[in-house]
Design a protein around this ligand. Structure first.
Ligand code: NAD
Length: 303
């Protein structure tokens, strides 16, 4: 297998001053990419700011012989998200790769969660991914080339106690990607999602130290790098990675049943068939809502 390289490619990686983003930035930088290392430098719960994290990752990339510039703007505001992308255009003339990775946490049970905790988490993850993607998209469309990797979470895909804000935002990113894949495909813009598991400052408070040690961010980076590479040939996919585990997750719809609408099916009819309705046996993925509707329409009786 030939070495995967990023020579002449320009990558913007948000939240790359530490944790997973840093690992992605170092990997792409070491393979020839020109990297914009974005990081606001705030706390895990989204307070404050510091230029040091982004600058130090830039220094690391340069010390290893790579090219990088820092950017300290927030992803969660439309004006500043545009500045992040503009940094790539001003410094390196274009943007080929966008890795939406910046994130914060404000965990609370639904009962105790403040509206501010909800809005702040949504704004960094979901709004931030939307804003950066929207800012990058016209440049990628113009160049007929783009690789977008956005970050979801097992919390969104499967659920977790005390993270309704985070889970909602993270699954929103999956919905956003499902639509970006439609709009980007004919311009060779591929959009995929990583669901990482890594020992970082974000998880260090909830995972035991020996587990954190085994979950190095570097173990997630190879599949993110592949999704960001020219050789990536999939779009709209969701990949899980951590501790050497690599897998794909997907939304699968069961074949269901068709009850004749002319007979006005009742709640009792649904209850009687619920095991068949629930079954995923013979289920499949759909590439778009149009495809899914085509299946339903194919079963409809027309006069
Ligand atoms: P981290 O805290 O080390 O990294 C997140 C980075 O984002 C920080 O450096 C932070 O300063 C930056 N950031 C926060 N708000 C920002 C903003 N508004 N603009 C720009 N930068 C901002 O945590 P991490 O574990 O490396 O997380 C990276 C991503 O992976 C996050 O989106 C996180 O939700 C996701 N994730 C992580 C795990 C895990 O196991 N670590 C699991 C699932 C999802």
């Amino acid at each position: 297998m030939a070495e995967i390289r990023f020579d002449d490619r320009v990558a913007v990686i948000t939240g790359a001053g530490g944790g997973l983003g840093r690992a992605y930035a170092l990997l792409l930088g070491s393979r020839g990419a020109k990297v914009v290392v974005n990081d606001l430098g705030g706390s895990v719960d989204g307070v404050g700011g510091d230029n040091t994290p982004a600058q130090s990752v830039v220094d690391e990339i340069k010390a290893a012989g790579g090219e990088a510039v820092p950017n300290y703007d927030s992803v969660s505001d439309w004006e500043s998200a545009q500045k992040i992308v503009q940094t790539a255009v001003d410094s390196f003339g274009k943007i080929d790769i966008l890795i939406n990775n910046a994130g914060i946490l404000r965990d609370k049970s639904l009962q105790k969660m403040s509206i501010e905790d909800y809005e702040l988490v949504r704004s960094v993850h979901l709004d931030g991914t939307f804003f950066c993607t929207k800012a990058a998209f016209p440049h990628m469309r113009e160049a007929s080339y783009g690789r977008i990797v956005s970050t979801a979470s097992g919390t969104g895909v499967y659920g977790n106690f005390g993270q309704t804000n985070y889970g909602a935002a993270k699954m929103g990113i999956v919905g956003l990607t499902n639509c970006v894949k439609q709009e980007g495909f004919k311009y060779n813009i591929l959009a995929n999602v990583i669901v990482p598991q890594a020992g970082t400052r974000m998880t260090a408070t909830v995972l035991p130290p020996n587990v954190v040690e085994k979950l190095k961010p570097e173990y997630v980076a190879p599949i993110v790098g592949w999704m960001a590479s020219e050789g990536c040939d999939v779009t709209g996919m969701l990949f899980m990675a951590g501790a050497g585990y690599f897998s794909r997750s997907a939304i699968v719809e069961g074949p269901g049943i068709f009850l004749d609408p002319e007979t006005s099916p009742s709640m009792e009819d649904v209850a009687a068939q619920i095991e068949t309705i629930k079954s995923l046996e013979g289920g499949r993925e759909y590439g778009s809502v149009t495809e899914q509707s085509a299946y339903v329409f194919s079963k409809m009786k027309f006069d």
